[in-house]
Ligand binder design. Structure first.
Ligand code: FA5
Length: 342
């Protein structure tokens, strides 16, 4: 074993003399550290060494491995430096106006749908706001009329940090801060990434996007809410899509609704994307609860408002006919690069 180690040291020193470019350094690495390299083979031999010698030989082989790795780093740095100097000193010139041959990639479908919905609401006088992904309990729950131990929290279990903060479960977590920032009257939308401890399936992710919207003014009513929801959907789909409004409970709105869209993947007949119901919950909404307005510093006697929480990732599913929500976070370029190029 001793002999073999000494032999490898010599072999490496000899071979390193000929490593003058990046490719030969890589060859050297493979020859000594690769799966079938000299050092890896030595490791295999160690198994058959007498047990009282194993420890000492093991240490020697490890030391040898470290030395070889360090020498390879050194060689690479020297070669890179030389290559850079050669490039700087070369007389070769480039036409910087030549079109690049680098592939440009494409926009993620969530980005596309987010921009589209933003444009629609911006044209109707809404400002677009950004908000943190890490929030505190007050903003995510308490300011939204969801006190500690309220059962509505069960639906929104999330990831908690040691300092008590949490990854926001819904974009509603920004409502209070935005009301306090602008006061009334107010029209704002705020897209964002949300996180939930969720049993994932074709229409549920643990990380997904929502877009919240609030409009607060004198005499805002459910008719205004329905008008804005209809306008948004007809602009996004550019055709009639079937929706249904049914009562829904959220502590921060009263009355509250669930707005469902007829599944655009199966046409409403039922499929895994809509859990075989033909409908997909898309955009719950309602009239902002007076307690929430008060927490946001707005007088509920003077102002009323509506709020909605659009499931942006689900909207992208419906708009682009994506059958499984998990595609969006999959990194599957074959699926995701079909969208608009950069
Ligand atoms: C909420 O999050 C409320 N904050 C929405 C709201 C805002 C109601 C303002 C009233 C007023 P919900 O948990 O239902 O509600 O989620 C809203 C939408 O987000 C759902 O309809 C769905 O489209 C989307 N969504 C919720 N959970 C997931 C998930 N795990 N994966 C993908 N999309 C989801």
């Amino acid at each position: 074993m001793e002999k073999k180690i000494a032999q490898i040291i010599d072999n490496f020193a000899e071979a390193a003399k000929n490593a003058t470019d990046s490719a030969s350094v890589e060859k050297l690495r493979v020859a000594f550290l690769g799966k079938k390299g000299e050092i890896s083979e030595l490791m295999k031999d160690l198994k058959s060494a007498p047990s009282e010698q194993k420890k000492a030989f093991g240490q020697k082989i490890n030391q040898l491995k470290k030395d070889v790795e360090a020498r390879l780093v050194e060689l690479t740095a020297t070669i890179e430096q030389k290559e850079l100097e050669a490039l700087i000193n070369s007389t070769e010139s480039y036409d910087v106006t030549m079109p690049s041959r680098v592939e440009t990639g494409s926009y993620h479908p969530i980005t596309l749908i987010q921009r589209e919905v933003e444009d629609i609401f911006a044209a109707m006088g809404f400002t677009i706001e950004d908000y943190d992904e890490i929030v505190d309990d007050y903003h995510c729950f308490e300011a939204l009329n969801i006190p500690k131990h309220h059962p509505a929290r069960d639906m929104q279990d999330t990831y908690y940090l040691d300092n008590g903060q949490l990854l926001k479960t819904h974009t509603s977590a920004a409502q209070n801060a935005i009301m306090r920032k602008y006061g009334a009257p107010l029209r704002a939308i705020f897209p964002g990434r949300c996180f939930r401890n969720e049993a994932i399936d074709a229409c549920h992710e643990n990380t997904f996007f929502q877009m919240e919207g609030i409009m607060i003014d004198k005499d805002i009513s459910i008719s205004n809410l329905i008008y804005f929801m209809k306008t948004m959907l007809s602009e996004v789909f550019q055709r009639d899509v079937q929706v249904r409004l049914r009562p829904g409970f959220f502590p921060f709105v009263e009355p509250g609704f669930e707005l469902d869209i007829s599944c655009q993947v199966c046409g409403g007949t039922g499929c895994p994307s809509c859990k075989n119901s033909g409908w997909l919950e898309l955009c719950p909404c309602g009239m902002i609860h007076p307690n929430v307005l008060t927490a946001g510093g707005i007088d509920p006697e003077e102002y009323t408002g509506f709020a909605f929480g659009l499931g942006l990732t689900r909207l992208a599913m419906m708009k682009y006919g994506v059958k499984d929500i998990r595609t969006f976070n999959s990194g599957n370029l074959k699926a995701l690069s079909q969208f608009e190029s950069l």
